[in-house]
Design a protein around this ligand. Sequence first.
Ligand SMILES: C[S@@+](CC[C@H](N)C(=O)[O-])C[C@H]1O[C@@H](n2cnc3c(N)ncnc32)[C@H](O)[C@@H]1O
Length: 272
Amino acid sequence: MTTFHLPNAETYLAEYDRLADSLGVPHRAPAPGEVEFLREVTVRERFPFSMMTGAELFFAGGVASLLAPRLAIEIGTASGFSAAVLGKVIAMRAHESGRPLTGPLLHTIDLKTEDKRATTQPIGYAIAQVTPELQSQIVVHPLRDSTYARELVRGDELTLAFVDGNHQHPWPLHDVLQLQSLMPSGWILLHDIDLPHFAGDAYTPRFGAKYVFDSWPDKKIGAGNIGAIKLPENRRSLGQLVAHLRELPSEVSPNGWKKRWQEIDALLPRLA
Ligand SMILES: C[S@@+](CC[C@H](N)C(=O)[O-])C[C@H]1O[C@@H](n2cnc3c(N)ncnc32)[C@H](O)[C@@H]1O
């Protein structure tokens, strides 16, 4: 597996071509304004609601910049900070190519209506602060989970997704499987792929994203607690992943476990 450590704009620029190689896309320069934007949003004190480190934001931003999707979907909105950062990078690529921003560029889905981390605010409130010009292009969907993504995608436009919702096994597997069923090809970013290590004693470690990342049957690249997994051309290998992860200990209630596996099993016949 290829790994990255992108703590600042200088390493971002130095590693940008190697990131392109890892993603299997041609070398190109970052979009105009992109590095300045990422430099600004990674100043932690400026955006205290950020739940990602600067190095994670540079990695996720770089993947979005190089893949330049027409549409991306995020699971797990919270403040909307990561949605704003990814949406802005995607918008910069669209702008560079001359493509008019007529519809949504990024949908972000959250099970809740409020983010109660710092102060109680509506889900996605940070989008208006970070990227006020993109409030029609970054669309927030509260009270939904990843099963709702199928209502948002038409054709083959979805080639990048970000899974950062419930990290308890088997939720990340469930979310990845829902999203991949809508993606002809592409990559899924996974946050908290090493939560047990990074959480320390601060809170109960959750293994869901780690299980998916560690056992992923195709190409993957990592940057500490965040990674990206490439969708296999032949999705049958995901059936083996599902069989393997079904054996690992549940981190949700018995009812939640049953429901998630029913939803996962419903997708299995389509893994061809
Ligand atoms: C770690 S936070 C997301 C942080 C956000 N991506 C960022 O970096 O700015 C996780 C969010 O996922 C939401 N969530 C929890 N379970 C979920 C699920 N099953 N589907 C969608 N969202 C979920 C929570 O309400 C919470 O707002």
